[in-house]
Design a protein around this ligand. Structure first.
Ligand code: SDX
Length: 372
């Protein structure tokens, strides 16, 4: 038995080995490839293939995964009906959590071995995109649209939301966020998926658990929370006044900080560069002034850097996407990383069961009820 160590939030604790991603101060690799190169040279479909099959696809393999995503895109009618029944006020992340679990009852894939579960990962990736789009349409009083062949995954999501093919810039930027969000080793939601898998439970249960974990504003929910913070400000001066007070009150500022990255998130730097170009192209540089008014004191005074969620929220906002869609889009991407970890955990498994330090009452005997 290894020696017992206690670390709140498992900070600094190594909980397993993985060959999927390396997350470090100096580098972020997906199966050995640096995130900056993947962001520049590959699409989400290529990254999904890399995470699930271990290598980048050749042209035929890329075409095959695109066809799979299209083949698995249609939602079962009972799932669409259930989304229709969902009360209006239910947040999209809660709809997603419920509907991923429900669509699991209409799983079209046979078997439960590695290959069958990898196929389920492709099916879930398509189903999640369809659930997001169907909910978006129904919330706006429109009927869901069928998937259109020949579209990238990013374009398919936007097409099924808006009913028209997206402009190339929106497709390019959403695809970039899907590449950046896809995988990040033992983060809270991925670790959740691995814990559920370690009991030999099923992949739908693992992915449903991952959605529950990612929802929190300390994790994936931060992209919505960061934008909820920014929309309050009309000017950079307003933002500067607010951040000064927030830091004085030791408030947590959403979209900043990271358990591993203490000198900045590689993904945030990549996305922020694209965000600045997008704001400039749209003539929305006043938004970048507000963005920087929050960022500068965090970096200069607190040495706390933006994580990927900070630039992502404003990118989606400038693309005209509603806040309720931001963390679901994170799910639409991270389901591939989660699934890769589910497959890896199942292939070399030991059930997760950490210890705890008991701080409750000393041993005592049970009094008769008349004495309580
Ligand atoms: C994601 O793990 C992953 O890889 C996650 C992720 C992924 O791809 O899966 O990268 C995605 O979840 C990114 C993080 C999104 N969350 C947020 O933006 C929420 C705001 N961030 C913080 O809650 C915090 O930075 C965390 C949760 C991200 C990290 O928490 P830690 O490692 O437990 O850090 P901490 O809370 O112990 O903070 C250390 C110090 C504290 O100061 P002291 O109490 O020691 O004086 O830094 C301060 C914190 O108060 N601090 C912040 C801050 N983040 C840390 N202060 C203000 N605002 C912040 N955002």
């Amino acid at each position: 038995m290894s020696e017992k160590t206690f670390s709140p939030g498992l900070a600094g604790v190594i909980a397993g080995e993985t060959d999927i991603a390396c997350v470090d101060q100096g580098v972020l690799l997906y199966r050995g490839y640096p995130i900056a190169e993947l962001a520049e040279k590959t699409s989400f479909e290529e990254v999904a293939y890399l995470l699930l099959y271990g290598e980048l696809p050749n042209a035929a393999q890329l075409q095959a995964i695109k066809e799979k995503f299209f083949q698995y895109a249609p939602l079962p009618t009972p799932v669409i009906d259930a989304i229709r029944q969902m009360p209006e006020e239910v947040p999209m992340m809660d709809v997603l959590r419920s509907m991923v679990s429900y669509t699991g009852h209409f799983d079209p894939i046979e078997g439960d071995d590695h290959d069958a579960n990898r196929e389920r990962a492709l099916w879930l990736t398509s189903q999640i995109a369809g659930i997001i789009a169907a909910r978006f349409r129904l919330m706006n009083g429109k009927e869901p649209v069928d998937p259109m062949s020949g579209l990238s995954h990013a374009a398919q999501i936007l097409y099924q939301c808006h009913g028209e093919a997206p402009d190339p810039l929106a497709e390019e930027l959403v695809d970039l966020t899907l590449v950046l969000y896809a995988e990040h080793d033992f983060n809270a939601s991925t670790f959740t998926c691995r814990v559920i898998t370690s009991t030999q439970s099923d992949i739908v249960s693992s992915i449903t658990g991952g959605i529950g974990a990612l929802k929190g504003p300390l994790h994936g929910g931060a992209n919505e929370a960061a934008m909820e913070m920014l929309v309050r400000f009309k000017t950079a001066d307003e933002a500067a006044a607010w951040i000064k007070e927030a830091l004085a009150k030791k408030e947590k500022v959403m979209g900043f900080g990271h358990r591993v990255y203490k000198n900045g998130d590689h993904r945030a730097r990549i996305l922020e560069d694209k965000l600045r170009k997008l704001a400039d192209k749209l003539g929305k540089n006043e938004w970048m002034a507000i963005y920087d008014a929050i960022k500068e004191p965090m970096v200069n005074d607190k040495k706390i850097y933006p994580n990927v969620d900070y630039p992502c929220g404003l990118t989606y906002y400038l693309l005209g996407l509603p806040l309720d869609l931001y963390t679901p889009l994170f799910v639409a991407s991270r389901v591939t990383g989660w699934s890769a970890h589910v497959l890896e955990q199942a292939a070399d498994n030991r059930i997760y069961r950490p210890l705890s330090i008991y701080t409750g009452p000393k041993e005592r005997s049970v009094p008769a009820i008349s004495e309580r």
